[in-house]
Write a protein that binds this ligand. Structure first.
Ligand SMILES: [Fe+2]
Ligand SMILES: [Fe+2]
Length: 170
């Protein structure tokens, strides 16, 4: 029973670290793409008009990468939340945030196909900044959760090595 629980703890720990790594890697690529787009929106609009397809093409790539990221994040994180006491609330928060991000990406892509260049560039600028903030907040919450998990796992291992404390749970 205790051995089974240890195995489960190790599996949970490994899955949490793998999810953390995957999310950080994907955020790095998304930041790179968003930064390329933000460089475009900082150009004077006459320069943007000289290369009109640059930003819409980037939005296409960002949307594809972001939608893939949201699916990967849900697959990696949501099963881990299921073990927490406030798991259902956290699952709902992630689903709501991801739903909003998907809708905003769709709307931005639709705007990229319209004639008006300036509203599209302004909306890209707003959304890119909002997504950068979302990713930073997500990383902070994840780093904290992983640090707490590491601490709990280390305490559990020390407890398991002490005679008489083996397998104790609080
Ligand atoms: Fe997310
Ligand atoms: Fe994310």
């Amino acid at each position: 029973m205790v051995a089974g629980e240890d195995r489960w703890n190790r599996g949970y720990h490994t899955a949490a670290h793998a999810a953390h790594r995957l999310i950080l890697e994907q955020h790095t690529e998304l930041r790179r793409l968003l930064a390329l787009g933000l460089v475009q929106t900082c150009l004077p609009s006459r320069d943007r008009r000289s290369a009109p397809a640059v930003l819409p093409a980037l939005v296409e790539r960002i949307k594809r990468a972001f939608v893939e990221h949201l699916a990967d994040e849900e697959a990696a994180l949501l099963p881990l939340f299921g073990e927490d006491l406030d798991g259902p609330r956290r699952v709902q928060l992630v689903r709501e945030q991801h739903g909003r991000q998907r809708r905003e990406m769709e709307a931005l892509q639709a705007l990229s196909m319209s004639e008006s260049d300036d509203p599209f560039a302004e909306e890209f600028d707003r959304l890119a900044r909002a997504l950068l903030v979302d990713m930073a907040e997500e990383e902070r919450a994840l780093a904290l959760a992983v640090a707490l998990l590491d601490e709990r796992t280390a305490r559990h291992r020390v407890g398991a090595q002490r005679p008489g404390v083996e397998g104790s749970r609080h």
